[in-house]
Design a binder for this molecule. Structure first.
Ligand SMILES: [Fe+2]
Length: 253
């Protein structure tokens, strides 16, 4: 995600090796184990289209657009004096480019189910209860060192209609926004030590185990807040050999 559309960072041209995109990193668009991919996957050969002005220009994000509680999911939907129910956690990390440089000014958005595994969405049908004090989404902007952090409750696993008995492991959805509308990347974060990760049909479509492991946040004991919240660390690498796996890459070039 360069600072401008000419591939320059801080006024200097990018230098060093070019990291070609590794298409084997991504699952096939057609993956019958993930049922909805059967109808969703392209039936015809993909076409490459040139970028349009609306793709290479886009929003400018600043800290002034953020509300005080935007990165606190425990409180940003709660009634005054109340808070969301669940295991309190801090999620933090850095957004890095392919050379390990921090990427600042990136809008990071996140959304998740509540502690029981229930989303606040009109089409949600899981019987777990809504938490009246939990909305399930938030946002923040990376600082000069590419850092982001937010506070939330650990989401629950939930069943979904795919096979006979399929469950999503506990996960948090992430979106990172660059400097143009076409620079939006979406992925999911999982939790270290969760055995459900390896039973998930969606995770199972990712062909490379290392790609999956880069989506698993590590328990970060050093940043745990005693008597309050545990911490998990999740770094997001935009491209290159250590790139995070993004689920919306397969459709474009
Ligand atoms: Fe989800």
């Amino acid at each position: 995600m360069p600072d401008n559309q000419n591939g320059r960072r801080n006024g200097k041209p990018e230098t060093g090796a070019f990291f070609a995109r590794d298409r084997a990193w991504h699952p096939p668009a057609f993956a019958p184990g993930y049922k909805t991919s059967v109808l969703r996957s392209p039936q015809k050969a993909l076409l490459s289209l040139d970028g349009t002005i609306s793709e290479i220009t886009g929003p400018v994000f600043g800290h002034s657009m953020l509300g005080e509680l935007d990165n606190d999911l425990i409180h940003n939907f709660a009634s005054p004096g109340e808070s969301a129910i669940g295991e309190r956690i801090i999620v933090h990390g850095r957004v890095l480019d392919e050379r390990g440089h921090p990427v600042h000014g990136v809008l990071v958005e996140f959304w998740q189910a509540n502690a029981g595994g229930r989303y606040r969405h009109k089409k949600e049908s899981y019987l777990a209860p809504l938490d009246p004090n939990f909305g399930g989404c938030g946002r923040t902007i990376t600082d000069e060192e590419g850092r982001y952090w937010f506070r939330t409750v650990r989401p629950g696993a939930y069943p979904w209609p795919n096979g006979v008995n399929d469950w999503r492991p506990a996960h948090i959805h992430f979106s990172v926004f660059g400097h143009g509308f076409a620079q939006r990347l979406i992925t999911q974060m999982y939790f270290e030590g969760d055995p459900m990760i390896w039973k998930c049909p969606i995770v199972g479509t990712v062909p490379d185990r290392r790609a999956i492991e880069q989506l698993i946040a590590a328990l970060d004991w050093g940043n745990t807040v005693p008597m309050d919240a545990r911490a998990y660390r999740f770094d997001i690498v935009l491209r290159g050999r250590r790139s995070t796996f993004f689920e919306n890459r397969p459709e474009g070039n």
